[in-house]
Design a protein around this ligand. Structure first.
Ligand code: BTN
Length: 235
């Protein structure tokens, strides 16, 4: 059992920054972030009080680096499993976005902090309208007709923490294989023609048919394994 300790702020710069002072089991939330951060130096913008903005601190001491790189996928799986309890057609878009019917509902930013990983998660809960350039590519639990009782960030958080707890403990016990099967069942990209910008390799682009997510957490495109990148489905 993880002894979750929830620290709730009304306004903060970024819950991922707050989480730097936390230890295993600390959970930082905010109603509004003034400097919300996304992957690849993007901003994460969210109107006040509408969405879940949370950073969860998990201990990864003693775990091989090769295993730690799979933790973002385990976080994505936890979100996908939690959201599947309220809405249909939830998918993981490698490396760790969660999408519903072709639109993004959740972004995850994992950052290493000494012996911990800070798992920063933004889930769109009650937002009805999104600004350009994401007005047609973002969605929320409200827009996907989730039941009323899950239209509060705090109730989504409770479901999410249950999934994170279960999946983190399996991951820590070395059961990534079992988790991998469940991750694969949510894979949005497998079987599609995609192009991926490799963010750890001079932004080289690899295009081809996606063969799915490998057991080491990489994405297989044609015969190439990609460890870090941004994927786009080709029309
Ligand atoms: C992405 O898709 O680019 C990742 C977005 C991650 C956003 C969350 S919101 C809570 C936490 N605090 C941040 O500043 N970022 C993450």
């Amino acid at each position: 059992m993880i002894d979750w300790r929830i620290h709730s702020a009304d306004v903060t710069e970024s819950t991922n920054i707050d989480a730097r002072k936390g230890g295993h089991g600390d959970v930082f939330t905010a109603k509004l972030q003034t400097k919300g951060r996304g992957r690849l130096d993007h901003k994460w913008l969210s109107p006040p009080n509408e969405n879940l903005l949370v950073s969860i601190v998990l201990d990864v001491s003693g775990i091989d680096v090769a295993e730690v790189v799979a933790l973002p996928l385990v976080a994505g799986l936890s979100v996908a499993e939690a959201l599947s309890g309220f809405i249909q057609d939830v998918r993981i878009k490698w490396p760790n976005d969660v999408w519903v019917k072709g639109k993004k509902i959740c972004g995850i930013l994992c950052e290493r902090n000494q012996d911990n990983v800070i798992v920063g998660i933004g889930i769109n809960v009650k937002q009805k309208e999104f600004p350009p350039p994401i007005e047609k590519t973002a969605t929320s639990l409200l827009l996907e007709n989730a039941p009323e009782e899950f239209l509060e960030p705090q109730s989504v958080l409770q479901e999410l923490l249950k999934k994170i707890e279960a999946n983190y403990s399996q991951w820590k016990n070395g059961s990534f294989k079992k988790l991998h099967d469940r991750i694969a069942s949510f894979d949005l990209l497998k079987g599609r023609d995609i192009s991926v910008r490799q963010t750890d390799d001079d932004n080289d682009i690899v295009s081809g048919r996606c063969e799915g997510i490998a057991e080491d957490g990489s994405l297989i495109v044609g015969s190439t394994k990609i460890y870090a990148g941004e994927a786009h489905v080709m029309q």
